[in-house]
Design a protein around this ligand. Sequence first.
Ligand code: SAM
Length: 287
Amino acid sequence: MSFREAIEREMAKQRRMQLATDEGRWRARKRFGQHFLEPAWADKVVDAIAPLPDDRFLEIGPGPGILTTRLASRVRELTAIEIDRDLAARLTPSLPPNARMLVADVLSVDLAPMTSDGPLRVAGNLPYYVSSPIIFKLIESARRTRAIPDATVMLQLEVAERLIATVGTADYGVLAILTQLHADVTRVLTLPPGAFRPMPKVRSAVVRLAFRPPAVDIGDQTTFERLVRTIFTQRRKTILNALRPFAEPLGRDPASALARAGIDSRRRPETLDLRELAALAQRLHEA
Ligand code: SAM
């Protein structure tokens, strides 16, 4: 083999290796819910997040960093939490000095210490397989710390609709009630499947949760949450029948609790608004 042939062979090998690295870099792992945002949509999503120069941000699931780099360039400080250690290792060297990476499952991270230096805003294109537990974690962290003003997150459209659902609609249920108790929820952007690689089967939406003190006094939180979860597993029944599996094991009379809360026992669970659910939970707790 001539010297020239050897050089060309070596260059071809390096090109193949580079190609493999580039493809490998963005290869999505299904088990981590990876659907990467296309660059054409990234600026729209960052504008929807509406970052300000003095903000401190937590980004959940930075992946290859398409939102991370844009967001970091517009805020004071950013912490990214990524579960996939390979993606995190690739992204970390290109992070600007005001951004840091935590390799962890966001569900196992205590967010409270991150709020000790001031308010922490949250953003992320969430992994859809675990988006509801992440939302509940954010609500709980915001409630406990009172230092998380908002979370702007990408969700599958169906989940977004369940978050913003109003009383009396088919989507109204546990997710809407437990979220709207603690946050004003608005949809800020809708995206087609083609906005991601690989394409998910569903449409997506960016939703903002603006956290605030509870909309109504629910009394005992555990009673309220258990009540809501129980009656909405039986939403076709009347509220009287849907309430029985919750009230009777506690030795409470469901008909009398409903009467004392001023609720007609023939109504369906999905017709009860936050104020009525709170009144019912309080009557059941005190009975
Ligand atoms: N932000 C990137 C984008 O918009 O292209 C990636 C979004 S992708 C839908 C979700 C990201 O969350 C992936 O990078 C995935 O590895 C990460 N992820 C999945 N489960 C996670 C968890 N429990 N904690 C932290 N990150 C997680």
